[in-house]
Design a protein around this ligand. Structure first.
Ligand code: SF4
Length: 948
């Protein structure tokens, strides 16, 4: 038996593993009678956010149905604990509105007429269309576009097996800017803070209650606090997280880098930085700025130059920019310096995702880690690559030969991920079309900015030939598909997941619990949809079968990647796919399984997770192996290269692996930015965001010297946009909801179903004595939305905020688009590109197989703000900069709650203004993108060059 304490759980209420096959609980609904229920407990992984927490499904042995979900105590990251969204999976799997069978459009696209079809017909249709496109050399017209991935590697492998550059993701409306900042420093695009062992924790977000890996992180932030760590939170909004902090620093949006650089200046000026770490592990010798060239100079001279460079970022300057008191900035800087190598931080969305140049705070934040030597240390900042484990499958297809400019256009050569939010604009401009488009757990019409531009493209069959929405539920986007293909929830599919949640590497196994349960009773299934509700399929089997449908006789070279490693020439099963990985690619797992007389697959089915290693600190100091050194040479600057590529670095006369950057060091000075036309940002800097007060003033025609049009786009107001100018923060999460993913979890919507506009009392006065509940009209650059005010001191003056989780809608009263959470709307295109939406009713009780749908007592569905935002592509990271300069006024007599108006002609014009800020790759014969930058589904190296 595995050690119950192995996962660090000390919960006494979790059933012990040895009782999972027959766990007895009394039926709470039968009270006061004592009715025993017997359960089979089967582990799986939550699919509601990216944290990948472990769940235990309680399958009632009498009914064969899942009765509830709780935490899996054997999961190394979540340790038996879950947030509200974990147990709410029970609502999702029993949602009477969910999609249970593959559906095919029978009327005009977007017309809402559907008929049930078969999986065989789906496979035949897509198989033949994709085969034809591939045979005609139109691979770029096939695109897979993912919202919530919830897996590792399998789709990149599938698309590369098809030989296409067709992977699109939602990342550039999510985290591209943060990733860009981290990549520039150390190649790894995500941070992995060791909160539990930290002495000081700085969060630039509401991370304790929501956000990236927040449940696993929240536990460890509290562990750290219980052990004496202090917590600082930088956020213009008084979140629950900020309310738990020792220091709340409500920065004006977009000024965070100024505050962080002021802290860096304090640490530098007071000589409280870790000289040895900086000297050994930054590329300071490559620095060339302000007339200072480090080559041939001493480290001390470099530090003096750095001090001179950062002299402008005084705490007083930062106070003036941000509103945070200079004294607080100095105090926090000293606390960080005192924590030294035990300084942890987190910055993922928030300021990074909201602002033009949102990657600058990340550069500045990692500078604090570099100064304190807290990179890769116990209690410090680590790299996702050091704490995440992605095993290799049995056979890896070669990288694709082509480069798809619909994904990585030349204007944004440094973009961290695909420029996904520009897809409608690129298609409208004639950059390409789509023959087969798979939107997968993805709802861009609702989740993305500028959703009406998505509708305009998705409804046009000349632009999008065939669209399949792979989704567990109906959605605003699925409405414009040709096929709606039901995919499974957390307990209805296989996936491997690992995340950089803490100082460990682990792997989790999601599994279809009803199939596993029935197989334990001796049933046999060919496919998971035979065991799932309706014909809900899991994607692994769908993609395997689709690949066979594209290449039925293997002549295209595709089928080989989906043949069994155990039974040559036969179609691989999911048991074989994961069984091979567990047997061959997860160090230690076969031995752990053997100790229990289990196969590695059976071990993972039993426990649902496995901890690979906790030896994860300072991996940059790992010595290069003799195989890695074979044929390598040491350059005069200590860089170790092999076949011209850096593979390591000399440090204290040892050949070590270093970081995966060109210098193999932490790049305080980015030669990449110099070479790619952004020399002014080679060092971590601060420049003003598009929502800066200067931008606000300029939008009203007030001259200001704080604006540099090289960086800051013009804000132009549409006709009729009146009222006071504010910065709108539209991206904060509510702890119980997650985008459209939780729209059909009735218990979660009972808890939270409003997204009013947060307004400071000072601003409420300015707006004409606005009170909570009054209707406000918020004008964006392309339209407006109308919602209620919430007057609160929890938001800084000059800033308004609205959570982005609410405002779902459906165009027909009885459409099954998540009726717990959606309003019935009248949607009209009143003129070309001019869209009007008005709510007819809010949420109402309705009849269904679930009696609770008649008990719905709330009527508010919230207001869909995102659809009124234009795209704002950051010129470097490519991130959509979510924050908005808006005008707010009291709603007029004709305005009603939930009203929306958008002009997509204006949104295209805003896109063009932002595109003009970009600095495109040079073209013909030159590189499209730095070769060392990570890229999803990386093509061959030759594809990185423009054709001459
Ligand atoms: S944090 Fe909550 S929603 Fe996210 S995976 Fe964990 S339990 Fe699920």
């Amino acid at each position: 038996m595995a050690d119950f304490k192995r996962a660090g759980s000390n919960l006494s209420s979790c059933p012990p593993v040895e009782k999972w096959d027959d766990w007895v609980e009394y039926d709470s609904e039968a009270w006061p009678r004592r009715v025993a229920r017997r359960y089979q407990l089967i582990p799986t992984i939550c699919f509601n956010c990216e944290s990948a927490c472990g769940l235990l499904a309680y399958v009632d042995k009498e009914t064969g149905k899942v009765a509830k979900f709780e935490g899996n105590p054997m999961h190394p990251a979540s340790r038996g604990r879950v947030c509200a969204k974990g147990p709410a999976v029970i609502n999702q799997i029993h949602d009477p509105d969910r999609v249970l069978y593959p559906m095919k459009r029978i009327g005009p696209r977007g017309g809402g007429q559907w008929a049930r079809t078969s999986w065989d017909e789906v496979l035949a249709t897509f198989g033949s269309r994709i085969r034809k496109a591939l045979q005609e050399g139109r691979g770029e017209e096939i695109m897979y576009h993912v919202g919530r991935p919830g897996y590792d590697l399998i789709m990149e492998r599938t698309l590369q097996a098809w030989g296409i550059d067709g992977h699109n993701s939602h990342t550039n409306i999510c985290s591209s800017s943060a990733r860009f900042g981290y990549v520039l420093w150390h190649h790894a695009d995500r941070p992995s803070p060791d909160h539990a062992n930290a002495r000081f924790i700085l969060l630039l977000s509401a991370h304790l209650e929501s956000g990236h890996y927040f449940n696993p992180h929240a536990q460890r932030i509290i562990d750290g606090k219980m052990a004496g760590a202090k917590l600082a939170v930088m956020d213009p909004r008084l979140s629950n997280t900020a309310s738990m902090a020792d220091y709340w620093m409500p920065t004006y949006p977009g000024t965070e880098a100024a505050v962080l650089l002021a802290m860096a200046k304090v640490i530098l000026d007071e000589n409280r930085f870790d000289k040895t770490f900086m000297k050994n592990w930054t590329n300071w010798e490559e620095a060339d700025f302000d007339g200072f060239t480090a080559k041939g100079q001493t480290f001390e001279a470099f530090i003096e130059a750095l001090k001179r460079h950062y002299a402008k970022y005084t705490p007083e300057f930062a106070e003036n920019e941000s509103g945070v008191k200079a004294g607080t900035i100095v105090k926090v800087a000293r606390e960080i310096a005192a924590a030294g190598s035990r300084f942890a931080s987190h910055l993922w969305r928030g300021s990074a995702s909201g602002n033009l140049g949102g990657w600058q705070p990340v550069r500045a934040l990692v500078l604090l880690h570099v100064l304190t030597g807290s990179v890769g240390t116990e209690g410090g900042h680590s790299l996702n690559a050091w704490n995440k484990f992605v095993p290799r499958p049995f056979k890896v297809p070669p990288p694709q030969q082509r480069w798809n400019e619909l994904l990585y256009p030349p204007e944004w050569p440094l973009c961290t991920h695909e420029m996904s939010m520009l897809l409608p604009h690129l298609i409208k401009e004639g950059c390409g079309r789509l023959e087969a488009y798979f939107s997968r757990v993805f709802n861009p019409v609702w989740t993305y900015p500028d959703g009406f531009s998505w509708i305009e493209v998705l409804r046009d069959e000349k632009l999008v030939g065939l669209h399949a929405a792979l989704t567990p539920t109906w959605s605003e986007t699925a409405w414009y598909a040709d096929y709606v293909l039901p995919m499974g929830y957390s307990s209805e599919r296989h996936d491997l997941m690992s995340q950089e949640t803490h100082a460990s590497k682990w792997i989790g196994f999601r599994q279809p619990v009803l199939r596993v349960f029935q197989e334990k009773q001796g049933e046999k299934f060919d496919y998971t949809y035979q065991a799932n509700p309706g014909e809900v399929w899991e994607e692994d089997e769908f993609w395997i079968n689709l690949s066979w449908a594209i290449d039925p006789d293997g002549s295209m070279g595709i089928r080989q990647w989906f043949e069994s490693p155990y039974r040559p020439g036969h179609k691989i099963t999911v048991d074989e796919y994961y069984g091979w990985i567990f047997e061959n690619s997860v160090p230690g797992l076969p031995d752990a399984a053997k100790k229990e007389n289990l196969s590695p697959l059976a071990y993972m089915r039993k426990y649902g997770a496995y901890e690979v290693t906790t030896d994860v600190y300072k991996l940059n100091e790992k010595p290069l192996s003799s195989a890695e050194l074979d044929g390598a040479k040491v350059e005069p600057n200590g860089l170790i290269t092999r076949q011209g590529k850096p593979v390591g670095v000399m440090c204290n006369e040892k050949a070590v692996v270093g970081y995966n950057t060109p210098s193999r060091k932490l790049e305080i000075f980015s030669k990449t930015l110099v070479e790619w036309k952004w020399p002014e940002f080679a060092l971590p800097e601060y420049y003003r965001s598009h929502v800066d007060r200067a931008a606000q003033a300029a939008s009203l025609g007030i001259a200001t010297s704080n604006i540099d049009r090289k960086y800051m786009p013009v804000v132009e107001w549409p006709k009729g946009a009146n009222g006071e100018v504010f910065t709108l923060l539209p991206i904060f999460r509510l702890p119980t909801l997650i985008h459209t993913r939780t729209g059909n979890a009735k218990l979660l919507f009972e808890i939270a179903h409003k997204n009013p506009l947060w307004v400071n009392p000072i601003d409420a006065e300015k707006l004409g004595r606005i009170r909570t509940g009054d209707l406000l009209k918020v004008h964006t650059e392309i339209g407006f939305f109308v919602l209620h005010a919430w007057i609160t001191e929890g938001i800084a003056p000059g800033v308004v905020a609205c959570s982005h989780h609410l405002g779902r809608w459906r165009v027909n009263k009885d459409d099954h688009i998540e009726r717990f959470s959606s309003a019935w709307v009248d949607l009209k295109e009143v003129a070309k590109g001019q869209w009007k939406m008005r709510q007819i009713t809010g949420v109402e009780p309705y009849d269904s197989s679930d009696p609770d749908t008649r008990r719905v007592w709330w009527s508010d569905a919230g207001v869909h703000q995102d659809i009124t935002f234009p795209v704002h592509p950051d010129p470097l990271s490519g991130m959509h900069c979510w924050h908005q300069v808006v005008r707010v006024e009291r709603a007029g007599e004709d305005d009603r709650y939930g009203d929306i108006f958008v002009d997509t002609n204006l949104s295209h014009a805003v896109y063009q203004r932002w595109k003009a800020l970009a600095r495109p790759a040079s073209g013909s014969g030159t590189l499209r993108r730095p070769l060392w930058f990570p890229r999803v589904a990386r093509p061959v190296e030759t594809a990185y060059y423009f054709r001459s």
